[in-house]
Design a protein around this ligand. Sequence first.
Ligand code: ADP
Ligand code: MG
Length: 269
Amino acid sequence: MSQLVIKDLWVSADSNMILKGVNLTISSEDTVALMGPNGSGKSTLAYTIMGHPDYKVEKGSILFDGEDILNMSVDERSRKGLFLAMQSPYEISGVTNRDFIKQASDKRIKENGKPLSIYKFAVKLDKAISDLKMDKDLADRYVNEGFSGGEKKKNEILQLKMLEPKFAILDEIDSGLDVDAVKIVSDNVNNLKKENNIGLILISHYHRLYEYIKPTHAVVLINGQLVKEGGSELIDEIDKYGFEPIKREAGIEDEVTLLEECAFKVTSK
Ligand code: ADP
Ligand code: MG
């Protein structure tokens, strides 16, 4: 069993403090729904776990299987078994998807101490592409170049399937996917969970994804702080009532709410 432990994490970008004391422990048995309004710091948390250079850890620690990962490079973290399916995947011109995934796979997936043979790799890639109902040509095109929004998202899951991490963060994997594609991606993620027992952090604004990939826990991030934790009932609650009641409960009032309240008091006088 793998474990990711985040302790009192403070993170800034461009001299703005974005995460303000996040504490979270997740094991590979868990599927955590990371929820929160736009701009609350969800992607920042995902990027910080992976080691994106734009995000500066001001305080706190992240331990993966007991090891402090904050001084590790992105590549080292990935080889340790961490994976991020990005909200907005990058395009890499001049590198084919096949070569890109083969390079990454060779460092991570070993059979008797050796990378997969070209044949075995090709068979595995073909199967993963067909499981995801992706166009076969996408393997030999440049990474994400000219891919549709949905193809880019599926391509992230293709990498997830090929690299077999211990822990994966899926950042808005369902945005830009049509209804059928959300189902296909979810089925693939559920199979991975069943086969490899990978720990999952799901970031999504849509209830539909959480119906297909059932979270064991839900946490709510607002203004860089985790303000509420719960089970799947919390997801239903947010779907019905939005984040406002949670903000109020946590004593967080944003400017819009304050203005609305002032307007209400003025007009109701
Ligand atoms: P979420 O994913 O929850 O919508 P983000 O983590 O993307 O939120 O962003 C949280 C806040 O941090 C936002 O106000 C955003 O503008 C800011 N932010 C994110 N990345 C950067 C960056 N690289 N430089 C400066 N500010 C950033
Ligand atoms: Mg985001």
